[in-house]
Design a protein around this ligand. Structure first.
Ligand SMILES: [Zn+2]
Ligand SMILES: [Zn+2]
Length: 287
């Protein structure tokens, strides 16, 4: 096998494979040495091969003895993850051994299966996230993955079958329309309060709003990514003014409020609902 063949085999294996896998697929020790010399592949430690572009967390997981999973895998695949990803979540199968290594920041996960290195499939990472980080984190990442087109119907059914029976409603409640993890979080929390909302509603004269409650309260959730601060703020104020002119009550919250000051958000929504009860905007088509 040429160095390129070996690099290709490593890529095919998810970016990180064991030496034994390469030897079983026809490489010899000599080929491996040659591939390392020309830097087609790297050997982060004895027994493990990676390619130069293998993402660092996958290499770290392999150094720890397993495959990247849970929050770390989801983040790597572009899925929204609640509460960060500063650690490396590693799946060790049912009987894998965690290894010490330099700079270890790993969170080990053990569950049925043979383990291995590289990266677990996205749907597996979602199921492990539920056990690791709980219902809100799971729900937000599940909706985000769906929204980004990363979950096929069979993947969603698979996840539903694998999570504990008492959590299946989360999969049933999820939809593909949530634009951000924050929106997912808000929808879930409002559901727990017995408030059902319409998500992504188009209102003539205002535009597409994140949520509409009781046909008259508009709820907008600002994500963390405010690239163009001033002009975005101006646009938001204009939208709020247009909504108020049409008889709606606009409410707007940001990441910090939703994540760290939820009681303030909840009180505002409950208060607005109480004051608006039964009074819908005259002009609203959506009401
Ligand atoms: Zn580690
Ligand atoms: Zn985890």
């Amino acid at each position: 096998m040429t160095p390129d063949d070996i690099a290709e085999a490593v890529r095919h294996g998810g970016g990180c494979v064991r030496t034994s896998t390469l030897l079983n697929s026809g490489a010899t020790e000599e080929c491996l040495l040659r591939a390392r010399r020309v830097e087609a592949v790297l050997r982060p430690r004895k027994g493990i091969y990676a390619v130069p572009e293998t993402p660092e967390p996958i290499v770290e997981a392999a150094l720890h003895g397993g495959a990247l999973t849970c929050a770390s895998l989801l983040y790597l695949r572009g899925v929204w993850v609640l509460d960060g990803y500063d650690d490396v979540h590693v799946w060790l199968g049912s009987r894998g051994r965690a290894r010490r290594h330099d700079g270890c920041r790993c969170v080990a996960h053990w569950s049925a299966g043979a383990g291995g290195i590289g990266a677990v499939p996205l749907r597996v990472a979602l199921v492990q996230l539920l056990a690791c980080r709980g219902e809100e984190a799971f729900f937000a990442s599940f909706e985000s993955a769906w929204n980004k087109g990363l979950l096929r119907e069979e993947d969603r059914a698979w996840v539903r079958a694998k999570v504990p029976a008492g959590k299946r409603w989360l999969v049933d409640f999820a939809h593909a329309e949530s634009d951000s993890g924050l929106e997912s979080l808000v929808r879930l929390r409002l559901h727990h309060l017995g408030i059902d909302v319409q998500a992504q509603v188009f209102i003539e004269g205002v535009g597409l709003v994140d949520f509409l409650l009781d046909g008259c309260i508009i709820l907008e959730i600002d994500g963390r990514e405010n690239h163009d601060g001033q002009s975005k703020r101006h646009k938001d104020l204009r939208r709020d003014a247009a909504a108020a002119a049409l008889g709606y009550t606009p409410l707007r919250f940001d990441y910090a409020l939703v994540r760290h000051d939820w009681p303030v958000v909840e009180a505002a929504i409950v208060g607005a609902r109480a004051s608006r009860r039964g009074r819908r905007p005259v002009l609203s088509e959506a009401a």
